[in-house]
Design a protein around this ligand. Structure first.
Ligand SMILES: NC(=O)C1=CN([C@@H]2O[C@H](COP(=O)(O)OP(=O)(O)OC[C@H]3O[C@@H](n4cnc5c(N)ncnc54)[C@H](O)[C@@H]3O)[C@@H](O)[C@H]2O)C=CC1
Ligand SMILES: O=C(O)CCC(=O)C(=O)O
Length: 427
């Protein structure tokens, strides 16, 4: 079997799904990389992949095994950085794609990190807190050999500061010393950074304002639709709502709620946190037709849930002028083309949702120095980093007449491959 085009025979991983989308994005940037493109295969192959067995004792005394994954995609610029996902559909090709997008994102923001990601295939909502803790601790011990030097984890979909605290504690127990810098997104009382929990949503808000200004959209008058109402979508919606935008539609894993006059976001956040979903929210209309979300009348759309949500099937129905990717990989390359033909501007994940990892970098540096910044300092640094990254990518996109995604990939891939080139090959 050929191993060209990232079609990795040893994993029996065909180039489809999110990994296939990532490979197509790399093919699109290759013509812009000049002589560095001779290193392009580096980006099509994860550096290290690991699948681990995670057995735990359930509350009823029985034993259950879970599949855990960890992928270090690239470490040319430093240790791999990226979150851990708990979701029933997590798979090795998905974690490969998520880790690869981290490589590009971290380099596009000029953070001193490579790309990595981890995941466990299960629905945490179906397990007790004690069971989730045992799964997290067992997984941490199983991936111990890559933690710290090769991979510095953080929260992603389905995980939060709570799991990062257990991870940090388990790692520290195994190594025999307390290590605050092995993981970010920890509770503030345990070496976490102020502003990390809100960092991704705040970054989405900042780039939404930057991109809207370029299109002449007044955010304080804009209608916004948000898919995914968790850490990223919920905070982005809250900040946009606070600045006058009307959030006219929210979709989560269970339901889609609409209100053309604008949803009361603080109340909806409280409601979703009490009920586990936006389903049944009284001050909204609700539809069972999940596809209807994409055709909602709005100016700005923020997909902040999973990969491959905007596809060739629904891209044509999108009425927004601006799509800001809070999620990783929500738009397929085919949908990118349809949106571009329609004149819809897409701010790609590797810039739009980089606020979280940017504050993670601040947390990592603070933990190493045991010196803590204030909320205001974090907020100001984050806003500056996001504006600079967006502005740089916007300028390249205008100069070359290409999408913001390809422009962001030019910045990210050039930095990674320059590092690769300078490090050379062992003779
Ligand atoms: N947490 C972070 O700091 C970062 C997260 N991201 C990305 O943002 C996305 C969301 O992550 P979080 O907000 O952290 O997760 P979360 O676990 O806090 O929330 C996920 C939300 O998505 C909804 N959801 C799940 N499946 C869905 C579906 N099929 N359709 C519609 N909604 C669905 C859930 O109901 C929930 O509201 C993911 O793609 C993640 O990789 C990106 C950068 C950083
Ligand atoms: O904060 C981090 O280190 C990683 C965040 C993450 O997983 C992401 O940006 O997708």
């Amino acid at each position: 079997m050929s191993i060209e085009q990232g079609n990795l025979s040893y994993l029996n991983t065909p180039a489809v799904g999110p990994w296939g989308d990532y490979l197509k994005q790399i093919d699109r940037v290759a013509p812009y990389l000049g002589s560095l493109s001779r290193w392009i295969e580096t980006l099509k192959r994860p550096k290290r992949v690991m699948m681990v067995d995670v057995p735990i004792k359930r509350d009823d005394g029985t034993i259950t095994h879970f599949e855990g994954f960890s992928v270090v995609h690239n470490n040319s610029r430093g240790p791999g950085k990226g979150g851990i996902r708990y979701h029933p559909d997590v798979s090795m090709p998905e974690v490969m794609a998520l880790s690869a997008w981290m490589t590009i994102k971290n380099a596009a923001l000029n953070l001193p990190f490579g790309g990595a990601k981890g995941g466990i295939r299960f629905n945490p909502g179906e397990y007790s807190t004690g069971e989730v803790e045992r799964i997290t601790r067992r997984y941490t011990s199983e991936v111990n050999i890559v933690l710290g030097e090769q991979w510095i984890p953080a929260p992603d979909l389905g995980t939060s500061a709570r799991e990062m605290a257990w991870l940090m504690d388990t790692f520290s127990m195994n190594r025999g010393h307390t290590d605050y810098a092995v993981v970010t997104g920890k509770p503030v009382s345990l070496g976490g950074s102020l502003g990390r929990q809100e960092g991704t949503g705040r970054g989405v808000y900042v780039v939404t304002c930057e991109a809207a200004a370029k299109l002449g959209i007044d955010v304080s008058q804009a209608k916004v639709a948000v898919q995914g109402f968790g850490n990223v979508g919920g905070i982005a919606a809250k900040l946009l709502h606070e600045h006058g935008a009307k959030i006219v539609a929210v979709q989560d894993h269970k339901a889609t709620v609409f209100n053309d006059k604008g949803l009361d976001i603080p109340t909806l956040i409280r409601y979703a946190s009490l009920n586990g979903s936006v389903a049944g929210f009284k001050e909204a209309s609700e539809t069972a037709d999940r596809g209807a979300f994409w055709g909602v009348d709005c100016d700005i759309m923020i997909p902040a849930a999973l990969e491959q949500q905007i596809t060739r099937e629904n891209a044509g129905s999108i009425r927004a002028q601006l799509v800001v990717e809070g999620a990783n990989g929500p738009t397929t390359p085919e949908a990118d083309d349809i949106l571009s033909d329609k004149g819809v501007l897409v701010v790609p994940d590797v810039i739009a949702n980089a606020g979280g990892v940017t504050v993670s970098y601040f947390e990592y540096s603070q933990a190493q120095q045991s010196y803590w910044l204030t909320d205001e300092e974090i907020g100001a640094r984050l806003t500056r980093s996001m504006r600079e990254a967006f502005g740089g990518v916007w300028a390249i996109s205008k100069e070359k007449g290409i999408s913001l995604r390809t422009a962001a990939f030019i910045v990210g891939c050039t930095r990674v491959l320059e590092a690769r080139d300078m490090r050379g090959l062992y003779p």
